[in-house]
Design a protein around this ligand. Structure first.
Ligand code: ZN
Length: 332
């Protein structure tokens, strides 16, 4: 059993309080490999932004939970080496689906866990979330719960429709469970195809699809019920069309890939939304750079020659998100 504090990590409590009061949001970036982690830490260190490193079920299956934990510990040391004296780094379990899994992450040094009981009947979601909170809080680990269902596919989390969070349930849920933050459903969704073309309009100039707006009335309703309570948005990649176009130009076949417009995320970041999850955008940035190198230099076979540019492209994306969308630069 190791506590996150021994690893130099922090939980989300202070971070979220400051973000709500300051009108910005903390980036929550998923990581699965070294290049992605380097890019996240370099971006956060250079911009002095607090950052949440997320480990999903898919990441644990791909890279191994223990290895990812030690990588996060290494990330703290790396951040200091980069000149970030007091790194504000959270290691967070994304979409925990059982008490046992959340417990194993708490015991291993995670500083924050999500228990996602959003697919369960309400009372079962309350009971499961409460059980995780009671365990995690003994070690000062913060817990994210979820109400409402997001559409889309993210690793093994998937649903073909979304159900908006019901603002009338949020006070009861957070009071009964004691959770520290709440993920809600207001129309964001997992994956790189967040909307079907028939849900969108088409921009006459560019021919690109324009998605429907997020349900800010639902967010307003939640904030009215829970003033000052930390709110989380999942599935908030913007699916940059230039990355999609690069991928398709060099042999990819992404069809109707579309995300959440950044101006809507900027608006959300200024509200009680204090954690915004971004995963697909990083995948797109990585894939675009790799495809470009392999297409333009077919004789290249040194992985560093395509993973290096992929890392640079992800770092550029992370810095853009931190500075131009979430506004978390200079806050750590
Ligand atoms: Zn999610």
């Amino acid at each position: 059993m190791v506590n996150f504090k021994e690893l130099g990590l922090v939980n989300t409590r202070e971070m979220f309080k400051k973000a709500i009061n300051g009108g910005y949001a903390i980036p929550a970036f998923n990581f699965n490999n070294m290049e992605q982690l380097q890019a996240i830490i370099q971006a956060a260190a250079e911009t002095k932004s607090p950052v949440i490193l997320q480990v999903s079920k898919g990441a644990r299956n791909y890279a191994n939970q223990t290895l990812l934990r030690y990588m996060a510990e290494g990330a703290v040391a790396y951040a200091k080496e980069l000149g970030w004296e007091n790194p504000q780094i959270v290691l967070h379990l994304d979409h925990g689906d059982s008490f046992e899994l959340c417990k194993s992450c708490v015991d291993m040094g995670f500083s924050s866990v999500m228990i996602d009981g959003s697919h369960l009947p309400y009372d079962e979601n309350v009971a499961l979330t409460k059980k995780v909170v009671e365990y995690a809080h003994q070690f000062d680990v913060t817990v994210e719960g979820e109400l409402g269902v997001l559409a889309g596919v993210e690793d093994e989390v998937q649903s073909d429709h979304h159900t908006y969070t019901r603002p009338e349930e949020v006070v009861d849920f957070t009071t009964k469970t004691g959770c520290d933050s709440l993920a809600i459903s207001i129309g964001t969704s997992h994956g790189a195809n967040k909307f079907k073309p028939e849900q969108c309009t088409r921009d006459a100039k560019t021919g690109r699809l324009v998605p429907p707006p997020l349900a800010f009335d639902v967010l307003d309703g939640v904030m009215e019920q829970l003033p000052g309570f930390p709110i989380v948005l999942h599935g908030s990649s913007s699916v940059p069309q230039e990355e999609v176009e690069t991928i398709n130009k060099y042999g990819g076949a992404l069809v109707d890939a579309i995300g959440i417009p950044e101006e809507q995320l900027r608006k959300a970041a200024k509200s009680a939304v204090c954690k915004i999850n971004i995963d697909s955008d990083s995948r797109l940035a990585m894939t675009a750079a790799i495809r470009e190198v392999l297409a333009l230099k077919p004789a290249e076979f040194d992985p560093r020659k395509y993973l290096g540019p992929a890392r640079d492209n992800m770092k550029k994306l992370y810095i853009h998100k931190i500075k131009d969308v979430l506004g978390s630069d200079g806050k750590a």
